[in-house]
Design a protein around this ligand. Structure first.
Ligand code: TYM
Length: 330
């Protein structure tokens, strides 16, 4: 079975972008592949979260994944920080990562712009740690959203560089999505992608209650109404159609497309329908996740079992990497 690795940072509540970019793929992939999925708690430390929040954030990511249908018996589910081998591989890969290329990464530049007072080395080498996460299990497929594409390209660079210098060890990991291309779920305010840190009212969380979901979708920007039949869709309305396609039936989508085309569409109706279908989609996940989040004994069992399995694979890869580099003295 092909090896799959992917992670989600423990930085707060998961949203629809995390679901459709990552988790929806995880749930299908668990049936066909050898999957390693983890909570990227080290990655979340770049912003210095309050220590008392870290545990509940890690539990939340686990609970929301399991509540969405991920089965810890089918995949290896663990916390990144439970696998010290990842940190050692990160150190080794750092020797192959160059300052110039790290400084050019768009996500790094964006973080520097937003938070110029906290440009720490962990932020700079974020893609190197991510590469270690992936290469430690020799993954070939990495289910992620569009925003992670560049990081994946860097992982391939480090794999190639290592192989060229020390000998063949790592396969090249490719980003993966079941659809034709990587997913980018738009924000409800029409400004870029949905994300954890931006405008809360423009982000749909898996933990949102029904009224809030409906309210957020009512406020979603929809742009101008079509003035002539069969107009091409504006970017704003296409954003709403893309959400409708994810949670509504094909009949409903076809109905609103027809109304767009003959100019009888009423955005209020469309957003109302989207709200209703979104509630049907999110509420069962929310309720399952809520119950799991409280069950600390269960989550701890999942973490321990996952760490054990993940370490087996990690120890093996790391010892191969050490040997190739020449670290074997006795
Ligand atoms: P993170 O925690 O920001 O996001 C987790 C996953 O959700 C996807 N995602 C989206 N997909 C589509 N549309 C959106 N609006 C959207 N927002 C988020 C992300 O692409 C991601 O797949 N660096 C990673 C975590 C990570 C990782 C790894 C991933 C660490 N090591 C190794 C894969 C492999 C991150 O910050 O994701």
């Amino acid at each position: 079975k092909e090896i799959v690795v992917s992670g989600i940072r423990s930085t707060g509540f998961l949203h629809l972008g995390n679901y459709f970019g990552a988790i929806a793929n995880y749930i299908r992939m668990q049936e066909e592949f050898n999957c390693y999925f983890f909570v990227a708690d080290w990655h979340s430390l770049t912003t210095h979260p309050d220590p008392k929040d870290l545990r509940s954030n890690v539990y939340r990511v686990l609970a929301e994944n399991i509540g969405s249908g991920l089965d810890p018996e089918k995949v290896t589910l663990y916390a990144q920080s439970d696998i010290p081998e990842i940190a050692e591989l990160y150190l080794l890969l750092n020797m192959l990562a160059y300052l110039g290329e790290l400084e050019k990464v768009p996500t790094f530049k964006e973080k520097v712009r937003l938070n110029p007072n906290n440009v720490n080395a962990g932020l700079l080498t974020y893609p190197v740690l991510m590469s270690a996460d992936i290469l430690i299990h020799k993954a070939v497929k990495v289910p992620v959203g569009k925003d992670q594409e560049q990081h994946l390209e860097m992982s391939r660079n480090y794999a190639q560089r290592f192989n060229a210098r020390y000998g063949e060890l790592f396969p090249e990991p490719m980003p993966f999505n079941y659809g034709d291309s990587l997913v980018k779920i738009p924000s409800l305010d029409g400004k870029g992608k949905m994300s954890k840190s931006e405008n809360q009212m423009a982000t749909l969380y898996l933990a949102d209650d029904d009224d809030l979901i409906i309210k957020k979708l009512k406020k979603a920007v929809s742009g101008d109404a079509p003035k002539v039949p069969n107009s091409p869709k504006t970017e704003l309305i296409e954003n709403l159609f893309s959400l409708l396609r994810l949670v509504s039936t094909p009949d409903v989508v076809a109905e609103f497309e027809a109304k767009w085309n003959d100019c009888t569409i009423r955005f209020g109706d469309m957003k109302g329908q989207l709200g209703e279908d979104m509630v049907k989609f999110i509420s069962p996940i929310r309720e399952k996740a809520k119950a799991i989040q409280e069950d600390h004994a269960y989550l701890q069992k999942v973490l321990k079992q996952g760490a054990e399995k993940a370490r087996e694979s990690a120890v093996k890869t790391l010892s191969e990497a050490r040997k190739l580099i020449g670290i074997h003295y006795y």
